[in-house]
Design a protein around this ligand. Structure first.
Ligand code: RP5
Length: 162
């Protein structure tokens, strides 16, 4: 399944964290469209991307940014597609709290489904996007069930190993 999920990040400096998101999507057999688009540095491109995403076949947008992280909200404002936000820890960032609040505190009417800060959020964004697609895709739903079973088993094995 190709290019039905977009992973958009504000800077190439976000890639080290967002690789976890891209890799998790690939584990589910999904090759995402990956873009670097900034709400602040390329606002025109962000607006155009949001406007054309649905017509281009995108079903879910994952938007990750650090600092004053307006990317997810800016994209959500321009599309009816579900937007999942991932707040990131930037090098000059107070532990990602700035990005968390900038991403999560959307005004009523324009939601962004905000994940945890950093790598956990990046991975969960991928899983959450798969969960949305799995509502109308039985094969993906089965893969999600397998993923949960494997995750459960790994934790049980860690418990046994102690
Ligand atoms: C945000 O500013 C980006 O998402 C990144 O997390 C942060 C810093 O960007 P760079 O200065 O590293 O390009 O827009």
């Amino acid at each position: 399944m190709d290019k039905v999920i977009a992973v958009v990040m504000g800077s190439d400096s976000d890639m080290s964290t967002m690789k976890s998101c891209i890799d998790k999507l690939k584990e589910f057999g999904i090759e995402p469209q990956v873009r670097i688009i900034s709400a602040h540095r390329t606002p025109d491109i962000a607006a155009e991307f949001a406007k054309s995403a649905a017509a281009d076949g995108i079903k879910v947008i994952i938007a990750a940014a650090g600092m004053a992280a307006h990317l997810a909200g800016a994209l959500a404002a321009g599309t009816m597609l579900p937007v999942i936000g991932v707040p990131l820890v930037a090098s000059q960032s107070p532990a990602g709290i700035d990005a968390l609040l900038s991403t999560a505190q959307m005004p009523a009417g324009v939601p962004v489904a905000t994940m945890a800060i950093g790598e956990a959020g990046a991975v969960n964004a991928a899983i959450f996007a798969v969960q949305i697609l799995a509502l109308s895709d039985q094969k993906l739903a089965a893969k999600l069930t397998d993923f949960r079973k494997a995750q459960r088993q790994k934790t049980i094995e860690k418990d046994s190993a102690i």
